[in-house]
Design a binder for this molecule. Structure first.
Ligand code: GDP
Ligand code: MG
Length: 162
């Protein structure tokens, strides 16, 4: 069985873009509209000679019970299956109530959590990313999934806990 790495975060933080970046091809669905990714999609990935399964999460189309609830529910299912979790936050937005709710779920799961500060495209976003130290998850791994910045260092860190 390959180790499983789940990519979790609220809609639109760039999870699918990051998954594409890691896979090195455009396969996960990226949309400007939140909610396009299917509930859970598994991809075979490789880094530093190690194979693992990458799980992109989404599927928040159903707004009936509220988006925060749906995000938390999906995260719960994803982390059940995972050996480690990448928790993706949009550094340019900062921590939202939905992020906090999600983090509660992740902490309860006792899985190792790697904090990803995405959308750090420039120096200003870098300053904003520093605020994510407050989450108490250690170093925010600064990336720009769109431009490719930081993804190698992020994967190196992930491999230490996967
Ligand atoms: P998901 O809902 O978390 O899977 O987010 P997506 O990967 O679908 O991305 C949502 C939007 O954010 C898209 O318009 C992406 O192009 C954009 N995006 C993703 N990563 C970055 C990034 O590093 N920088 C910027 N500026 N935009 C990004
Ligand atoms: Mg997505």
């Amino acid at each position: 069985m390959l180790p499983v790495l789940a990519v979790v975060g609220r809609p639109n933080v760039g999870k699918s873009t990051l998954v594409n970046r890691i896979l090195g091809r455009r396969e996960a669905v990226v949309e400007d509209t939140p909610g396009v990714t299917r509930d859970r999609v598994f991809y075979e990935a490789e880094w530093a000679g190690r194979d693992f399964l990458l799980v992109d999460t989404g599927g928040w189309e159903d707004r009936v019970q509220g988006i925060a609830y749906r995000v938390a529910e999906q995260a719960e299912i994803a982390v059940e299956l995972a050996d480690a979790v990448m928790f993706v936050v949009d550094a340019t937005v900062g921590v939202t109530a939905t992020d906090e709710q999600l983090l509660k779920v992740l902490r309860r799961s006792k899985r190792p959590i790697v904090l990803v500060a995405n959308k750090v495209d420039d120096a200003r976003a870098e300053l904003e990313a520093a605020a994510l130290w407050n989450l108490g998850l250690g170093e925010p791994h600064v990336v720009s999934a769109l431009h490719g910045r930081g993804s190698g260092d992020l994967l190196d860190a992930v491999m230490e806990v996967l």
